[in-house]
Design a protein around this ligand. Structure first.
Ligand SMILES: *[C@@H]1O[C@H](CO)[C@@H](O)[C@H](O)[C@H]1NC(C)=O
Ligand SMILES: *[C@@H]1O[C@H](CO)[C@@H](O)[C@H](O)[C@H]1NC(C)=O
Ligand SMILES: *[C@@H]1O[C@H](CO)[C@@H](O)[C@H](O)[C@H]1NC(C)=O
Ligand SMILES: *[C@@H]1O[C@H](CO)[C@@H](O)[C@H](O)[C@H]1NC(C)=O
Ligand SMILES: *[C@@H]1O[C@H](CO)[C@@H](O)[C@H](O)[C@H]1NC(C)=O
Length: 568
């Protein structure tokens, strides 16, 4: 397709012109350093090169899925006089027929580039649209990618980076967007059913927005929705500990217990020997050293039912458990072998993969406040924007469990280890190490207590985020026809990918149930009688006012789809 070349070209153009504004060196996996959690990102879906243009049901040739549109979003919903910024979105109506739903989703804490594949029936969102004759819309979340109220990520700018503002964005979008399709300005929530959808954080946002704006979204689809904020989210490692090969789990527990014992003891020779054997001899802080070993576990998050046998996580377990061509028994080979094998693997193979060209100290040390990854405030740095949310509202710090629990994670990392990093990244907001209180967010948006109408929760047994979802261990919330909670055997957001349903029938069953729910709910939709006029954007504001915050990647004139600016 000719547009692919064009897209490549504009990406190159954008990277050349914007280089000085962009975030500096990060790790190969996108994190700023190796002792911070991975964002709970929804997976990027791959699409085979489409062999033709996008065609609507009645034969109209539609714009490519990758076409970027811009919406004039309010900078501050509490103060509309501050004007608007350009919020990026992607859209297709290939399956749309009049009366069909608008399936709206955001990839949440990511640059939304590349997520347009979710518009298609490669994803469950597209399958819902296909079944219900709806259209799909991908909206970039404020402060991610190139949808920024202000041209930097300073503490001052980030003041309008809250969950509530993000929810207000969603409402304002539904009521003011002129979708690039026939009648696209007449699809407000009173006239057409909107389905809000998401994965992980954006799935939690789906539940929270439906609580907060009960009249806007008619239905919702929430995959691996982390509805409950948890300060020390040690449970993150529980599905990993339980579902990983048990010999590997046993050996990791033995090694971690040993390292913790040595690191909290007086024998500096023994301490240095362990650091050296893992290639981290130059690190001075032992919590950085032991905390870094979480990386081998974090790799679990990228696993999917469609992942082949060569997954990073299994390479790691093989390094510990295969000796002279032989697999360890269920209890593993024991601490001596495992300590040596893990050290050698970490030092000789894994560190380069994790840190790229950076030294172990730059990559894994967290105590040097002058490092650019703390101080860099340029846009399109999704980790910084995510950390702001984590430090102010969400938590989910991935540390060690209570003492009476088996642990595959060092006891040296506790929430204060993470909250210190919040202060290092945002000293202007936190003059002292903060103590995050997650009770307000769980109260306001109802967390696990939620009782939404027409919201489908899809979860996965092997998802490390499971214990913040409605399927958390020991929670036992009842699945109901109005708020189904379906648990398949998948990993993180596995049900979002249509093909996962074929790879794992338990996920296929979750998807089928969701499609059935959508069908039943939408059959009952009627336009609202008291058709309220939509909230109008402040027309006096000519442009976003914060130019420089977007790259020039638009393939349509910036204002082409703004309210009232012409027809298709
Ligand atoms: C923005 O950040 C993403 C990573 O999140 C990166 O892949 C992309 O190249 C960046 N965009 C530009 C224009 O540099
Ligand atoms: C998905 O949509 C495409 C059109 O984009 C269509 O050709 C294909 O048959 C659909 N796949 C399924 C499984 O319905
Ligand atoms: C179908 O085609 C007609 C033009 O022939 C157009 O006006 C209409 O909007 C199209 N509908 C869709 C959903 O593509
Ligand atoms: C300290 O550890 C080293 C290396 O493991 C060991 O050889 C030495 O005996 C230990 N010293 C004491 C006092 O336990
Ligand atoms: C032991 O480890 C090997 C290699 O990682 C793995 O293939 C096997 O399933 C494990 N066996 C048990 C019982 O955990």
């Amino acid at each position: 397709m000719p547009s692919l070349g064009f897209c490549k070209w504009i990406a190159l153009y954008a990277s050349l012109t914007l280089l000085p504004l962009l975030a500096s060196a990060s790790l190969p996996d996108g994190r700023l350093h190796g002792n911070m959690m991975h964002t709970p990102s929804i997976p990027v879906l791959e699409m085979d090169a489409p062999d033709g243009p996008v065609i609507s049901r009645n034969g109209t040739v539609l714009p490519d899925y990758s076409t970027t549109y811009y919406f004039d979003q309010l900078v501050d919903h509490n103060n509309p006089s501050l004007g608007t910024f350009k919020q990026r979105f992607w859209h297709t109506y290939e399956f749309y027929e009049p009366g069909g739903p608008i399936v709206l989703f955001t990839p949440g804490e990511n640059n939304a580039d590349g997520y347009y594949v979710y518009l298609t029936n490669i994803s469950i969102f597209g399958l819902i649209a296909q079944q219900q004759s709806g259209c799909t819309v991908l909206l970039e979340h404020r402060f991610f990618g190139f949808s920024n109220p202000y041209p930097d990520l300073s503490v001052e700018s980030l003041k309008v980076h809250t969950i509530q503002q993000a929810i207000d964005d969603l409402e304002y979008f539904t009521k003011n967007v002129n979708l690039p399709m026939p009648n696209g300005d007449r699809l407000t929530p009173d006239k057409a059913p909107w389905i809000l959808a998401g994965g992980s954080y954006s799935a939690a946002l789906t539940s929270w927005a439906m609580v907060n704006k009960p009249d806007v979204f008619f239905a919702g689809y929430a995959s691996s929705a982390v509805v409950e904020s948890v300060l020390n989210f040690w449970q993150y490692f529980e599905p990993i500990r339980q579902y990983m090969p048990q010999n590997c789990s046993a050996d990791i527990q033995a090694v971690i217990a040993h390292i913790d014992q040595v690191f909290t003891g007086p024998n500096t020779t023994a301490i240095q020997a362990i650091k050296d054997s893992f290639g981290m001899g130059e690190l001075t802080h032992l919590d950085d050293v032991a905390g870094a070993l979480r990386n081998n576990l974090w790799d679990w998050q990228s696993m999917q039912p469609t992942t082949g046998p060569g997954a990073q996580f299994y390479q790691f377990c093989d390094a510990l458990e295969v000796k002279d061509g032989q697999n360890a028994p269920v209890n593993g080979w024991g601490v001596d072998n495992a300590l040596a094998a893990w050290g050698a693997y970490f030092k000789d193979v894994y560190l380069t993969r994790l840190c790229g060209a950076q030294s172990a100290l730059d990559c894994l040390g967290t105590y040097d406040g002058t490092q650019t990854y703390w101080t860099d405030i340029s846009i399109n740095n999704s980790v910084r924007s995510w950390m702001w949310m984590v430090c102010n509202e969400l938590g989910w710090f991935q540390d060690s469990p209570p003492l009476n629990r088996p642990s595959i994670v060092t006891r040296l990392v506790q929430p204060d280890y993470d909250m210190r990093q919040c202060q290092q990244m945002f000293p202007g907001a936190f003059p002292e190490i903060p103590f995050l209180d997650v009770t307000p967010i769980n109260r306001v948006y109802q967390g696990w207590q939620v009782e939404n109408k027409n919201l489908f929760f899809a979860n996965g047994l092997r998802d490390p985020w499971k214990d913040a979802t409605m399927s958390a261990e020991g929670l036992n919330v009842k699945s109901t026809p109005l708020q189904p909670i379906a648990l398949g055997g998948g990993f993180h957001c596995s049900d979002l990918k249509a093909a996962s349903g074929a790879a794992d029938p338990t996920i296929g069953a979750v998807q089928a149930k969701a499609l059935k729910s959508m069908h039943d709910w939408l059959a009952a939709w009627k336009p609202s009688k008291n058709q309220r006029p939509p909230v109008r954007s402040p027309r006096s504001t000519p442009q976003g006012g914060h130019q420089g915050a977007q790259p020039h990647t638009h393939t349509k004139p910036v204002n082409a789809w703004s309210k009232g600016s012409g027809t298709l």
